[in-house]
Ligand binder design. Structure first.
Ligand code: GDP
Ligand code: MG
Length: 178
C-alpha cells in the first residue's frame, strides 16, 4: 500500500497583495485529488494530498496571514503552528521584499535553533517590465537567510507546483534526518 505522510502544516506569509491567495487557490484547485477547504479566523485553510517522487503527502495550507494586523493572535498562531513556511513577496514591489526579510527574522526569533523548511518566493514574475527586485537579489537574500528560493507567477501558473513540491521535499528531508 502506498504510504502517505503528513499532514504537514504549511503557512503562507507575506505582505498583503503579493499573491498568497492566488497561490493558495492554485493549490486548492489541484485536479485528480479531493481537496478540502474551510474558512477559519478570516483566512482560509486548504488540504490536499499530492504525490511527489512517488510518495503521497498531505498538506494543510494556511492562508490567513494579514500583514496589516501586527502582533495579533492569528499572527502568533501562524508562526507557531507551521511545519514549513512560504514567505512571499512580489518582484514588482521592493517594500514587500524588505518585509520578507523582516518575516524571516521574526520566524528565526520565534523558532530558535529550528530547522523548519522555509522557501522565499518572488511572485508575479510575469510582470517583467515592472520588476523592482532582481532574481539575483532574491537568491542572495535567500542565501543570507538560509532558505530556498523560487520565482513564481500565480497568474501564469508558472513554478507554482515546483514550489509546493519543493516544500514537501524539504519536509521529508527534515523528517528523515530526525
Ligand atoms: P494576497 O493579499 O497576498 O493574498 O494577494 P492576492 O492573491 O489577493 O493577489 C493580489 C493581486 O495580485 C490580485 O489582483 C491578483 O490577481 C494579483 N496577482 C497575484 N499573483 C499574481 C501574479 O503572479 N501575477 C500577476 N500579474 N498578478 C498577480
Ligand atoms: Mg489573500
Amino acid at each position: 500500500t502506498p504510504s502517505s505522510v503528513g499532514p504537514f502544516t504549511v503557512v503562507l506569509l507575506g505582505d498583503n497583495g503579493v499573491g498568497k491567495s492566488a497561490l493558495a487557490s492554485i493549490f486548492a484547485g489541484a485536479s485528480d485529488s479531493m481537496g478540502s477547504e474551510c474558512e477559519l479566523y478570516g483566512g482560509e485553510v486548504f488540504e490536499q494530498t499530492i504525490t511527489v517522487d512517488g510518495e503521497r503527502a498531505t498538506v494543510t495550507l494556511l492562508d490567513m496571514w494579514d500583514s496589516q494586523d501586527e502582533d495579533s493572535w492569528t499572527q502568533e498562531r501562524c508562526l507557531k503552528t507551521g511545519d514549513a513556511f512560504i514567505i512571499v513577496y512580489a518582484i514588482t514591489d521592493r517594500s514587500s521584499f524588505l518585509r520578507a526579510s523582516d518575516l524571516r527574522i521574526k520566524l528565526r526569533r520565534e523558532r530558535e535553533a529550528d530547522r523548519t523548511p522555509i522557501i522565499l518566493v518572488g511572485n508575479k514574475c510575469d510582470l517583467v517590465r515592472c520588476r523592482e527586485v532582481s532574481i539575483s537579489e532574491g537568491r542572495a537574500s535567500a542565501a543570507v537567510f538560509d532558505c530556498k528560493f523560487i520565482e513564481t507567477s500565480a497568474a501564469m501558473q508558472h513554478n507554482v507546483w515546483p514550489l509546493f513540491e519543493g516544500i514537501i521535499r524539504q519536509l521529508r528531508l527534515r523528517r528523515d534526518s530526525l
